[in-house]
Design a protein. Structure first.
Length: 229
């Protein structure tokens, strides 16, 4: 079973949206497992302090190495084969290839950062792989962790139902997905392209491929360039 272990200061945020729709149904059916661990349970002193001022000065607070390492050690022993991920805006951007690799494994241990960041020593000492979901900053790693888990869980066997439904989605073949249409045949003067109603499966496949390439060139020239190199 694919197992996600999330370390957070806000365990009450989970499962959140992961408890609904495909991921929620998969969770209820035992197709994957979600465990949350409260980092604050390993805080120091009477007030369970988890952070301190940054060495060298500066704004904000930093999550302490001793606190976070204790939380990681309690949630995932050293022989746990799952990758240890830290949701961080300075991490490697998450893409579909990485999602597929994670979904094919045993799961993930996911650390949700807060404050100004995490003490660098625990990143090094516990082998945390920093992962980013985009070039922007969130209040914490919880929402980013949900994005990562949702992307992985939907690929697990039995979660999506029809396996082929994910094969032509955006990024799967290095292209954005082609446009979709359904009833009514005409809406506000806009008609479904004739080729999609022709019954000619070869022509439909060709149209979809051309549209995927057109959209990728126009909207994601970086993806298009990668395909051409």
């Amino acid at each position: 079973m694919w197992q996600a272990t999330v370390l957070t200061l806000y365990p009450q945020m989970f499962p959140g949206p992961l408890g609904e729709s495909l991921s929620g149904e998969g969770l209820a059916r035992g197709l994957w497992q979600l465990d949350t661990h409260d980092i604050r349970a390993h805080g120091r002193g009477r007030h369970r302090a988890v952070d301190d001022t940054p060495a060298g000065g500066g704004a904000g607070m930093v999550l302490r190495a001793d606190v976070l390492s204790a939380a990681i050690d309690a949630a995932a022993p050293a022989d746990d084969p799952r990758p240890r991920l830290l949701m961080s805006p300075r991490g490697r951007p998450l893409d579909q290839a990485r999602v597929r690799a994670l979904a094919a494994g045993p799961g993930a241990v996911i650390v949700c950062g807060r404050f100004e960041g995490v003490d660098e020593r625990v990143i090094e000492g516990r082998g945390l792989e920093e992962v980013s979901i985009g070039d922007y900053v969130l209040s914490g790693g919880e929402i980013a962790a949900m994005v990562l888990m949702d992307a992985c869980v939907r690929l697990l066997p039995g979660v999506m139902g029809k396996e082929a439904s994910g094969e032509e989605e955006s990024f799967e073949g290095g292209l954005l997905e082609y446009p979709h249409y359904t009833r009514p045949r005409e809406w506000e003067g806009r008609a479904i392209p004739d080729v999609l109603l022709s019954g000619n499966h070869a022509a439909i496949a060709r149209w979809r491929r051309e549209e995927a390439e057109r959209l990728t060139r126009a909207r994601r020239p970086d993806l298009w360039q990668r395909r051409k190199t």
